[in-house]
Design a protein around this ligand. Sequence first.
Ligand code: NOJ
Length: 963
Amino acid sequence: MAAAPGRQRPAPLLLWALLLGAVLAVDRSNFKTCEQSSFCRRQRNLQPGRSPYRALLESLQLGPGAATLQLVNEATKVPLLLELSGLRENTTRIRIRELHPLRPRFEVPDVLLGEPQPEPLTVTGREEGSLELALGPGGHRLLLTAKPFRMDLLRGRQLLASINARGLLVFEHLRPRPGSFSDKVSSSLGSLWDKLRSLFYSDPPKEPAEEEAAAEGQEGGEGTENADSQSEKPAEEAAEEPGSWEETFKTHTDSKPNGPTSVGLDFSLPGFEHVYGIPEHADNLRLRTTEGGDPYRLYNLDVFQYELYNPMALYGSVPLLLAHSARSTLGLFWLNAAETWVDISSNTAGKTMFGKLLDYMQGGGETPQTDVRWMSESGIIDVFLLLGPTPAAVAGQYAALTGTQALPPLFALGYHQSRWNYNDEEDVAAVERGFEEHAIPCDVLWLDIEHADGKRYFTWDPSKFPQPRAMLERLAAKKRKMVSIVDPHIKVDSAYRVHSELRARGFYVKTKDGGDYEGWCWPGSAAYPDFTNPEMRAWWASMFAYDQYEGSTENLFTWNDMNEPSVFSGPEVTMHKDAVHHGGWEHRDLHNLYGFYVQMATAEGQIKRSGGRQRPFVLSRAFFAGSQRYGAVWTGDNAAEWEHLKISIPMCLSFGLAGLSFCGADVGGFFKNPEPELLVRWYQAGAFQPFFRAHAHLDTVRREPWLFGEENAALIRAALRHRYALLPFWYTAFYRCHRHGLPVMRPLWMEYPEDTTTFAMDDQYLIDRALLVHPVTEQGARGVQVYLPGKGEVWYDVASHQKHHAPQTLYVPVTMSSIPVYQRGGTVVPRQDRVRRSTESMKGDPFTLYVALSPQGTAEGDLFLDDGQSFDYATAARYLHRRFTFAGNTLTASSADPRGSFETPAWVERVVILGAGKPAAVVLRPAAGPETRLDFQHDAETSVLTLRKPGVPIGADWAIILR
Ligand code: NOJ
């Protein structure tokens, strides 16, 4: 393939624009609109109406757990197979495939943890033209209507979702190319083909009316109405439209050897006005309706200078949408890895609160309803309805299918210092010295693409990084780590071992003509390893062995960038859809999975190099459902603008809702130079987001934390220290997420599902359930409005310890040092307050427990502790999970999980009780031994009781009694 010059280093003009801080925007013409994507256009032309599909109720078969049934498109007569299963955990799976596909269609592998276990299904009712199925033990019923085909899912008498109620089921069946030999054969054989086919396969029995109509070559009865009542041609009939068998975008032609193959389906969600999820988009947390604009697009793309508040695709895709109301929550997980568009419409969109109220009072108000329509370019329809009913239950249901967030090594929750690029070993040493000299904690220094020899990953530039091992050892001596970038585009250079091996083993993605697929990326001409091939992944993983990746050591971890994959010379800056992968699958079928596999193989490599003992750390830009099992993700190339700081919150929240809890945004903004105020605010916000890394473009001015004067350095230092002090809390939150799938950073409505005030909030969130964060993201801010949720609850300002009653919206005056954070009354937050240079130096440090009392004088919290790096917590139960409970004036420490044990010298050096009265005495009662009196101090003004030096081991059981 000819390599066209692509995006390389910014031209001088662009550099000037960067330096002058001009507003830069995406070149939209590089990316398709729905109208320019032929399958999206075809499907969208199909308006809601009567579906041409009919369910053949007599074909129902009840298997062990799944029910199958045939559907037939009355216009094309092509039969489909519908498979329904009720799964454990209140989940229903619906699959629709072609009954007799011309060729196999792609079904997404490796994303689900395993084959979900179905529950027995029973038929609970039958009537003419419909039947009712009971789905597993959750009390859910599915009403299936034959003509037109639709399904309604109920819990008790509540209708949860209707499927194909708007008649937008589309299944473009595989067919011979018009004019091809097989097409000629099939058309000349005409109906004989149908006859033959019905001899070999058990085609649905035709009803008399249908036989008649078929003989006349037209639709009979209602079928005629069908076609007419659709305001546009059915997508399948429109299949021969331009773009069906070949599609050109800009200079690229997609050869589409299989023709039109798209699938689509609509879901109506009565009672829901708020939907979320389907990352990645640079948009508000609450999804907007897409009428009159483009649908949300899911197609992993490297979008240069992405724009905010629009539905364009970005680097990653998780086809999980959540719907939430004060009554219940549900999820739709559309398991398809091809290019996908999601349309959202609502019957209340555009209506004001007053309008809705008026409707209601006049009795004419409809139930609010959101309609969601999924459209994918290929594959099958495979969708999971996660029926909640609570937000936490939906998170658990999704986690049961795709897994939970990998437990990060503790260092990865510390602060990461990156830029494109740290130039050489001296530069790395100087930056590290900067952290020491300014007493700012930092765990990891990052090396971007310039560190490698001519962008040949797994190598080091011999003049800039001649002694990588010595450099890494120097870092290790300071208990710090390094991350180097390893991108999936491989320089085509026969002298480069990685390339020659990949080529010799036939491990590259192929062109449609069978050659190695090549495109243009950072190294110039590059080829792309086929990460969908398990053998190739094993080989890639073996490259991380210390003797393969020369100069690497165990404190070197990995960054996978450009893994959408980014192909500067390709259509929409990515791979041609007709490129061919392992098993003969087209890139079209699995595009959104490529980055998922890159991160999977890299994480495997790190695990292998340690003999299976150590937890990996891999940051990936592209992702799919399930990527949470392999590491962290970030929001890509943002910019040093206030709006980009703001959007980092809803973007990471929606990542979290989709299972990806380990999310961050480039602190400071990637493009452009942040003014000091923005940089400081970004550090303050980033310190309270899960993945905390500063990163910057090659052409930006240096911006290590101490370069903006002592005052700003002090502000940044304070934010970083706050982060480090809270690491035990972060780590415990990640452990909980790893065990149960609840996002670490979560929207308020996950904890307060009935509080409608929280449903569209983008500027504040919770970490786990205990801390509410409302970072300052406004330039020149003098105050922020903080909403404190929870009827009858109280919240404590973490800085002043002042107590506030909820619910209320609080005006909080701010200065440059303010980070509005509140601890929820009723929780215990463990901290390690000693200032250290990195997480590893904090090992064994004593803990302070912050006990924030509820109005009832109670509190509860926990602490997870292990070696912070190995799998021993899972394989050998080497961990401590402690529980702290305050009730009846007694704080009790006990085990939250007696299976674990872990040796640690750490002890409790202080207990701070917020909202406490002054006791006459405080007594420590250890599990064994005599009671002792504790020193304490009480601040009457703030009601803070500080207990000094309880001195008990963190792993011990004890009670502290306030008398
Ligand atoms: C694009 C990434 O998003 C960015 O973070 C990185 O610095 C550049 N590639 C260079 O590797």
